[in-house]
Each structure stands twice: as C-alpha cells, then as structure tokens.
Design a protein around this ligand. Structure first.
Ligand SMILES: [Zn+2]
Length: 478
C-alpha cells in the first residue's frame, strides 16, 4: 500500500508540470482559430440521420430515426436568424413512434427562428411554433462561431479548456475546446416543457478550412440522452446572404397556445380546441376529468381557465394523459403544479414521475415555482372511473405503431371515443391517403375487439369524426 501511494505521489509530481503547460483556453484564441470574428452569417449543408426528439415508441427506447437526404442550415448572427431545410425519408422499419411516421417518399421540412419568433413551413403553409423558439436559439448560438459570439456577449467564464455562459431564461452552454482552440463539444441545458432542464450535447469534429473559416464536417447531437442528429457536412459558405423575411401569419399569431374554443358534445362533455392539440373535459357528480394537457404551461393555463369558465364549482380530480410524447405531455407539469393526479398507461408511469420531479432551473416553470411533485397513477388494459351516473373507461390502444402504451377514453353512454395520434383525421376535402394507414386500421380493430359502441370519435388533433368516416377511409363498410 505504502509503495503504491508513494508511486502515485511520484506520478502526480511528474504530471503537474505537464498540466501547467496546457494553457487555459481563451475566447480570443478560439475566435481566432475558428475565424469567428469575420463571420456574420454562415450556411452549411450535408446529409445524415436525424431523430424526432420526444416521439419515441416508448420512453425507454431512442427517438425514432429518419434518413436526412439533404440538410441545409443558414444562420445570420447579426439578426439572430436560423433556417433549417431538410429532405427526409422514413428511417424506422416498422415505423415505430411519432414524428409523422410513416414518411411517404421524400418530405421537405423548413424550420425557422428569427429574433423572438419561430415558425415551420410545410407545403407552403406557415405555422407559428413558439414552442420551438428556445431550441432553435440554442442551435443558433451553439454553432461553433455562434458560440464564440454569444459567449462574448454573455460574460462567459473560462476554466481550463472550457468556456461557459448563460443566456438568461433561454439556455446554458459550456464548450470544451481542443488543443487547436476549436470547439469540440458543447454541453447545454435548455428548458423543456416535459423534461424541465433538458440536456443537449453537441460534438464537433473533423474541422476543415473553408476560405479561412474553420468548420466541423461531422456534427453529432444527443438531446435528452438519446441521439438527435448525426450530420456529415460537405459544403460550408461563410458570409453568404441570409435574409429571412417574417411571414405575416407569424406576426399576427404571437401566442397560438392561449387560444381556446369549446364545443359541448354531450351533456357535461366538452371538446376543448383552439390550438394544434385538443383536450376533452368530462363533468362528474362532484369533480371533473380532463383528457390530455398538451404542449406547454401556456396551453395548460389557458385550458384550466376555460375549464373554470365551463364548470366553476367542481375541481379537476384527474387528468388522463394518452401517452408521453412531448407535444401531448407538455402541459402535465402545470397540472402537477395544481396538485391534480395524472393517470397514464404503465409504460409511461416511471418516465412521467421522473419528468415531474425534474428541476427547471434555466427557465423555472409553474411546477418548479410550486415546489410540488407530481402524482401519477398507472393503468394497463383497462381502468374505469365512475361516480354512479357517468362511466369513463380508459383502454389501452393495443398493438399500434405509434406508441407502446397509449390509452383512449371511452364514454359508453355517450358513445364517444377520445383518442390521440392513432387516427388524425385528414383535412376536409383532402384526397384519400395513397395507402391505408395501418394505425387507423389498428384503432378500428381495437374498437371491435373491445365491442365498443362508438358514434363519434373526438381526436385530439383535427376534428370530430363519425366512426363511419374512419371505416370508410380504411375501406370497411359497417
Ligand atoms: Zn404521439
């Protein structure tokens, strides 16, 4: 033991001078190595793989994978704008999980953020997506050159080979710098509606020189612990003109998640719509049940206010969460902040409990401010909630490709079925899908298997559909 310790001491003594030689990184050196000061904008292109964060088939498997045939990111540092344009194809076989699977052929996607606005463009339709703003700002300011600029603007601290800064209320980022003073890794934390503080790890490697500007030709990211991007960069153009005009609908819709519309669909049952994701409110004798609290705090607050409008004198006892996908579970932290019990399929239970106990320090949300922890009750094949007058059945939607533990809610007396993502009805007058959607068939099979007597489906995306319409669109005639 003594010999070992004394040997160790010798090693430590011998190593210390070496450690002292490795100099601390400095922002100026990193800026110089990257050629960052002269870079006002940059565009880079490549191909690889990306993954849909928050859309895994179950909480314990990676995000679903897509093939990225082409990828172009344009960034303007002077007006804080970023635009991603991707062409993607289906990656998973079978098409397990969410994120718009299965992708038929090639799909073009455009994701933009400019200043304090974010939006998507798909088939010339512009959709405001403020929920994605922080993620895109993080992407903008964690590009190697963006990091240097943001670090300088936010009083970064340097410790050995790491440089760290906080963009208040948005994200935290820490870069590790290699011996050539190039950014090799970024560890960031961004606020997420489901995860609270969400870890983002970015690795930059295989730097090459593009007209005096260094840029990595391999970019890998993990988000929330699973791979999110693996990109091989083949073209980099510094200081190319990047002009992103803000479309009119974006300026006119600054808060799309606060808009609530309601429709009574049966006595004491309301379809709560107005945004991209709906909820359903069910009135019981002395309490209320809400199906789904989607998107984020902002949506949850708007829905809770509307619930109070509709039924002032009864508390919400349960919120039923159909599945853990982030767009559908993003309002659950606000629900937990109210002390309301959440019911979800067992497959989601441990994940949701962990998420509801997670800190949100970067941008404290309602749950973080409340100091509460969430309560999640599980369900498996079937759970029935009743008060003697109304019965609410929670059933597993078995055997679909969207999610391994997703529930639907059946009101037998009212002949109503609430479901999310298994059947998203097409827009009115949309042409029939080129091939039969297997998840639509799966929903129909589940309804049959459980001998449900359904008149109308209340989808949590889209609009109320008679069951007969679902049958028609999958070629069944009942
Ligand atoms: Zn989903």
């Amino acid at each position: 033991m003594r010999t070992f310790l004394s040997r160790l001491a010798v090693v430590v003594v011998m190593l210390s001078p070496l450690t002292a030689i490795a100099q601390d990184a400095s922002l100026d050196q990193v800026a110089k190595a990257l050629g960052a000061d002269g870079v006002k904008s940059i565009q880079y292109s490549g191909a690889g793989t990306n993954f849909q964060v928050g859309q895994n088939f179950s909480p314990d498997v990676p995000w679903p994978r897509f093939v990225v045939k082409s990828y172009t990111r344009a960034v303007n540092y002077e007006n804080a704008s970023i635009r991603d344009e991707l062409v993607r194809t289906q990656g998973e076989n079978p098409p397990r999980g969410g994120g718009g699977q299965p992708v038929a052929g090639e799909q073009r996607q455009i994701f933009v953020a400019s200043g304090d606005f974010a939006w998507n463009v798909a088939a010339d339709v512009v959709t405001p997506t403020p929920i994605a703003l922080v993620d895109r700002q993080l992407q903008l300011w964690t590009t190697p050159h963006g990091f240097v600029k943001a670090a300088k603007a936010n009083n970064a601290t340097v410790q050995r080979r790491t440089i760290a800064f906080t963009s208040p209320g948005r994200f935290k980022a820490l870069a590790t710098v290699d011996t050539q003073n190039l950014v090799e890794k970024i560890d960031a934390v961004a606020p997420n509606a489901v995860l609270g503080d969400m870890p983002v790890e970015i690795r930059y490697s295989e730097y090459k020189d593009f007209g005096g500007v260094k840029f990595p030709t391999r970019i890998r990211q993990t988000i929330g612990g699973y791979p999110a991007l693996d990109l091989t960069v083949t073209d980099v153009q510094p200081n190319i003109a990047v002009e992103l005009a803000m479309p009119d609908p974006i300026k006119q819709t600054p808060a799309p998640y606060g808009k609530v519309a309601t429709q009574m669909v049966a006595d004491g049952v309301w379809y709560v719509t107005g945004s991209s994701h709906h909820s359903v409110l069910i009135e019981m004798k002395d309490h209320l049940i809400l199906v789904e609290s989607p998107l984020n705090d902002e949506r949850a607050v708007a829905v809770l206010a509307e619930v109070k409008n509709l039924v002032a004198n009864k508390p919400i006892k349960y919120v039923i969460a159909t599945h853990h996908h982030f767009d559908h579970a993003g309002g659950l932290r606000a629900i937990a902040a109210e002390g309301i019990t959440i019911i979800a399929h067992d497959v989601n239970k441990a994940f949701l409990e962990k998420a509801l106990a997670a800190p949100a320090t970067v941008r404290p949300d309602r749950l973080a401010k409340s100091g509460k922890k969430g309560t999640v009750e599980g369900t498996r094949d079937k759970r029935v909630l009743t008060d003697g007058t109304r019965t609410v059945e929670i059933h597993n939607v078995a055997g679909n490709n969207h999610h391994g533990g997703i529930v639907m809610v059946y009101l037998p007396k009212e002949k109503l079925l609430v479901e999310a993502d298994v059947y998203n009805p097409p827009a009115p007058n949309a042409p029939p899908p080129a091939s039969v959607n297997t998840n639509w068939v799966n929903l129909s099979d589940n309804i049959k298997r459980l001998s449900m007597n359904v008149d109308q489906i209340l989808p949590l995306h889209g609009r109320i559909m008679p069951l007969a319409e679902l049958h028609k669109s999958i070629g069944h005639n009942h």
